[in-house]
Write a protein that binds this ligand. Sequence first.
Ligand code: IPE
Ligand code: IPE
Ligand code: MG
Length: 260
Amino acid sequence: MRSMIKTNAAVKPTEWLGRIPIHVGIIMDGNGRWALNRGLPRIEGHRRGVEALRITVCAAIEFGLRYLTVYSFSAENWSRPVEEVSDLMGLLKRFIRNDLAELQRAGVKIKVIGDRANLNPDILAILQEAEAATCGNARLTLVVAFNYGSRQEIAAAARVMAAKAAAGLIDAAEIDADLLTQHLDTAGIPDPDLIIRTSGEQRLSNFLMWQAAYSEFVFLPIHWPDFDRQALADALAQFSARERRFGGVTLSPEGAKVGG
Ligand code: IPE
Ligand code: IPE
Ligand code: MG
């Protein structure tokens, strides 16, 4: 965090204040390629990725986002070489240890989504500590998707609902999209309005698939370590120019001209 907020920057948030998203999700991709392009080990890309995350959290607060969900480690990322997995775990621990006090001061509430079963006890403890320490904050909720996979999350929700139905707590006929939503890790968090992915890849990679039903997408060609305040501002500007319909029709003549 530290002195990341620059007052003399070119971006003027007021330019898009009318259409600021409430919730932005970010697939922070491209750390490895960023490092490879510079002849550096992949871990260096991940380290610089943590710096980009700090800058992004500051910018999210400045721009008035209420929720920022960052994909930090997928359920499938365990398939990477053990050294890389261990580097990533180390970075997460260090990020929380070093930045928790600053996040707390900035009014950031930390919420972790993803499967907590079988996590290393020290990682689990640090995640729980971060959530407990910041649970009273309300400025920005930083949702950390860790050991997260959308399919696993939906399957877990189905399992819980099935158990409740078997125990007679709910009627199977009551199960609908709303009830399933309430059983996801993201229960209580509004769906992401905007999902940003860096690195040029254009896929979800098991990130918030259910929640992204009506999200806008911005795919950026830059790698995650190069993401900064200006990149977030540009993505928000793209978002503000989008016409969201949620399956309905546009009633304003201006919208009708563009979309028909
Ligand atoms: C994103 O960068 C970080 C994680 C997935 C944890 P990558 O490590 O996927 O970088 P690339 O995609 O290999 O360049
Ligand atoms: C998605 O990136 C996961 C995170 C950013 C944490 P990956 O690099 O794992 O995704 P794929 O393998 O390119 O789809
Ligand atoms: Mg990747």
